[in-house]
Design a protein around this ligand. Structure first.
Ligand code: URA
Length: 252
């Protein structure tokens, strides 16, 4: 969370009503900062270091916030863009106050699971090339995806720049003029899934990330929606990178 912020903004983001409501609550003498009743609802406070009380109830401050977004197509996985809408722009107000950033990138036309957090250490670990955190995608592919493609992917496929990918698990759901597949990869090269299919002469028409590490996209989230992770899901995410993690590379 940013350093200091207006107390009425902090409280309204935490569900204590509109700024007008909060002005009244402050006027009633119901808000204390570090033990002293405050008079000004525009007062700047750092919720990280100050004790804030409303009607003698102490606010609980969260240092880190973890959000799951079902990213829609058409927004960029960045905190700022001078032309395009970003995933930060579409966060609801109550989450926008935390300085969240996306953990890794999905292409502008890719949908699905995007973790957003302000926990730099956690993001760093999830993205570390050494950790091989798995990413599972669902894709619609133009062309017939074959068992041969599956074998090529399992051995590692050479991309257009000569890089050979780590072994990846391709699961064919439907193989026809248009195919449906699920693919698990253990790294995150630029446009990796699309380029892997290009290497076998096929084109990805639609791409959605459905898992990151051991965490699954909540399918009840519509595209563009997000919610905070539950404590259990935060544990699952941490377990995807931590010591003794179960996120080993599985080859079928
Ligand atoms: N691979 C891609 O090609 N695009 C993404 O957005 C993610 C993985």
């Amino acid at each position: 969370m940013r350093g200091t912020q207006r107390i009425d903004k902090i409280l309204s983001n935490l569900g204590y009503g509109t700024r007008k409501d909060i002005k009244k609550v402050v006027k009633d003498g119901a808000v204390k900062v570090d033990g002293a009743v405050i008079k000004d609802s525009g007062m700047h406070v750092d919720p990280k270091t100050s004790k804030i009380e409303v009607y003698d109830e102490v606010l609980t401050y969260k240092e880190f916030v973890y959000v799951m977004m079902n990213k829609p197509a058409g927004v960029v996985s960045a905190t700022y863009d001078n032309k395009l809408k970003t995933v930060v722009d579409i966060l609801p107000d109550e989450l926008r106050i935390f300085d969240l950033f996306p953990v890794g990138r999905l292409d502008i036309d890719t949908e699905g699971l995007l973790i957003m957090t302000n926990d730099g250490q956690m993001a760093h670990e999830l993205l570390s090339p050494k950790k091989h955190v798995s990413k599972k995608y669902y894709a619609l592919v133009e062309g017939k995806v074959t068992l041969e493609d599956q074998q090529v992917f399992q051995k590692g496929v050479v991309l257009d720049d000569g890089y050979k990918t780590l072994p990846a698990n391709l699961h064919i759901l439907r193989s026809d003029e248009h195919s449906e597949i699920e693919l698990v990869i253990y790294e995150g090269k630029f446009h990796q899934v699309k380029r892997m299919f290009e290497s076998v002469g096929k084109k990805v028409k639609y791409l959605r990330r459905i898992e990151m590490g051991l965490l699954k996209l909540d399918e009840s989230l519509n595209t563009g929606e997000c919610r905070e992770l539950t404590e259990e899901e935060i544990g699952i995410l941490k377990n995807s990178v931590g010591p003794g993690c179960r996120n080993h590379m599985e080859l079928n």
